[in-house]
Structures are given as structure tokens and as C-alpha cells.
Write a protein that binds this ligand. Sequence first.
Ligand SMILES: *Cc1c(COP(=O)(O)O)cnc(C)c1O
Length: 419
Amino acid sequence: MSSLSQTDPEIAALVGAEEQLQADTLRLIPSENYVSQAVIEATGTVLQNKYSEGYPGKRYYEGQQNIDPVETLAVERAKALFHVDHANVQPYSGSPANLAVYLAFLRPGDTVMGMALPMGGHLTHGWGVSATGSWFRGVQYGVRQDTGRVDLDEVRDLALKERPKLLFCGGTAVPRTIDFAGFAEIAREVGAVLVADVAHIAGLIAGGAHPSPVPYADVVSTTTHKTLRGPRGAMLMCTEEHAKAIDRAVFPGLQGGPHNHTTAAIAVALKEAATEDFRAYAHQIVANAKALGQALAARGFELVSGGTDNHLLLIDLTGKEIAGKPAAKALDRAGIVVNYNTVPYDPRKPFDPSGIRIGTPALTSRGLTEGHMPIVADWIDQVVDAARKGDEEVVARVRAEVKDLMDAFPAPGLSRLSA
Ligand SMILES: *Cc1c(COP(=O)(O)O)cnc(C)c1O
């Protein structure tokens, strides 16, 4: 960090403060994680200095002697890990990856069907405020009010009525296993391309802790920075049939030069994800989420769908007589980082919804196990209760207790503090 602190002490100080914050806090945002030191090192390399529009062996720039093998390694590792015919590792992030899928298969105005954002879907699945919902005709399915789960009969009825060209499954606040085979059947029935957006659960799939969308989905879209524990980036994977369309859509359709330092870090993360240790990690994420869900339910918290099959819990705080936002803010003051979130059929507004969303990928990266989950649930319970009563003493006490536990479980990749 010495060059950075000399050149730009303001930024260096903020990076240092962020590292301290990530060390001291219990990070429960389900889309966040701690990457390994090796992944961080790969992102901070001279590969950043290169331009390489095109694909390995077919570049528009000379000087690709080292870049081509980097990208080829990333692609081959993705293919082996996810058992796919084809992988494109160039999308800058999950949203551009999804936009590339539209470009590959749709014309403006065509119909896309995905899960509604307030039901747990993602903006890029055709939601109105996103380009995908304004340039295309978005139709949305949800979850059942009584079960909190997707009902494939409802999805089929809507698909038969609306005849989408593209059908998305997956989302950002889905605590339950996705039935990829069931979605594939519906997609085939209506002639839609099925996209499995596994951004949140890619690491669980890689580690065998969630069923794979392969061979059911035509295209698998994923970010690389959530449970997969890689750098900020994305991948599109597909059958040989769609390989050309996907590649052309990413480049030159949507993007220019790939971020080669990110590609290298993706390759590193994929190598890590192919290990036995990572399989154990993926299963531990789920075991922790289930244990945390049980401990929260025992303390009177209402879990959407009644629990979880994966890394994520969606909590409806209505019964606790507090909204999601004040609860999330109090938890943040207590060193427990979550996000406020809509719950299905939320009577409140999206910017002030009824729930919070939590997940176990980051705490599992630090080595916490099932035995710690009742402690975590207790903290959440105490802080939510304190937030309702305006008791900042409890919040401060929990913050100190959280830091003590976090100190005992150092996070990977926080080199500055361990150095
Ligand atoms: C996170 C996420 C994305 C978008 O990823 P960004 O990298 O934030 O653009 C897309 N789809 C789903 C389901 C996600 O959870």
C-alpha cells in the first residue's frame, strides 16, 4: 500500500478504513463475500495494462502472448467446473452479462419473462425501471402468497398466455432451490430460451450444494463475485448451439476490451472452486443458513417460505413491529451488516419495505459454523428489539461482542491488517 498512500493518502486511508470495517463486522449481505489473497493479487496486476478485443486466437490487437492463455485457462476451468460446452468469461458484471443474452436472442419489443423484482427477481429480468423492461416487453411471475415459493403451474399458465422468447429463472432474494428441470419443460413448451441466472448460487452449484442448471438451461448466467468467491465479474455459459450467438453478443455486440486482470482473477477463483475445500465451504454455507434460520424462527422471526435451502434468508419483520430499514440501520450500528428488502406481497414501499435479507457466504468464509448461529440470531434479536425501543446501549454492547468474535475468525484476503 505504500505507493498508494504516498500518491493518494485520502484514497489509501479510505481503503484502509474499509478493510478495518470488513474485519470488524459480521457481514450478512448474501451477495457479498471475502475473496482469497490470491484472487486479490490477480486483480491488482499488470494485466490491467492490456487491450485485447476479441477472443483467444482471434484478437484485434497484437501482444496477446500471455493474455490468450490467461483467458483460455479461465474458459477451460469454467467448462470443467460447471460441465458446460462453452463459457464466455468477458462480461463486465452480471447486469451486462444478462443484457448480452437479450442481444443474442431478442429484438427490441420482444417478450421476456422473469421473476418480479419485489418477489425476489433481478432488475435485469425485465423489470420496468431497467433497460430490459423498457426496451423489451417484460412479464413477471412471483411466488405464492401462502407458501412464499414459485408455483410452476402459475409460471406455465403465464408463459402459455404471454409466449415469452426468453424465460429467466433465478433471482436475488430466493431462499429456495430452483427447479431447473421444471422451468426447462415450460420453456420448451412455449419455445422460449431458458436462462438460469445463478449469480447468487454459482458457488453452491460448483460445490455440489445446489442442483445444477446444466443440462436444463440453454444459457447459464452468473456473476463471479458472490458465493463463487471470485472478482467482480460475470460469465455466460451455454450449449455449443448458442456459443456463437453469445460470444458475438458480448463482443462486439455490447462490450469492447475485456478486463484481463479480472479474467485472471476469475481463473484463480475457478481453480479454488474446484477443490475439496471449496465443496466443504459450499455445504457449510447451507448448513449455516439452515441453522441460522432455525435459531431465528425459534426467536419469533418470520422467514419467507418458512426457511431456506441455500445461503439466504428473507425475514418479514412485520410481526416484530419494526420496518426493514430502521432494523437494518440499527444492525449496521451494531456491526451486523444486512440490507432491507421487500418481502413478497409487501404492503410497504420498496424504499421502506417490511423485511431484511441476510446470508451466510461471508461469515462461512471466516470459518463460522452451525454452533455460532444461535449467537448470531441472539444478536439480531436483541438489536431489532433495541431498535424498536431506541436502546443504543444494547446496540453498542452487541457491536463490541461482534468484534470480539470476528477477531477470533480472521477473514481471508485482508492482507493489510495481517501484514
Ligand atoms: C447480482 C445479480 C445480478 C447482477 O450482477 P451485477 O454484477 O450487480 O450487475 C444479476 N442477476 C442476479 C440474479 C443477481 O443476483
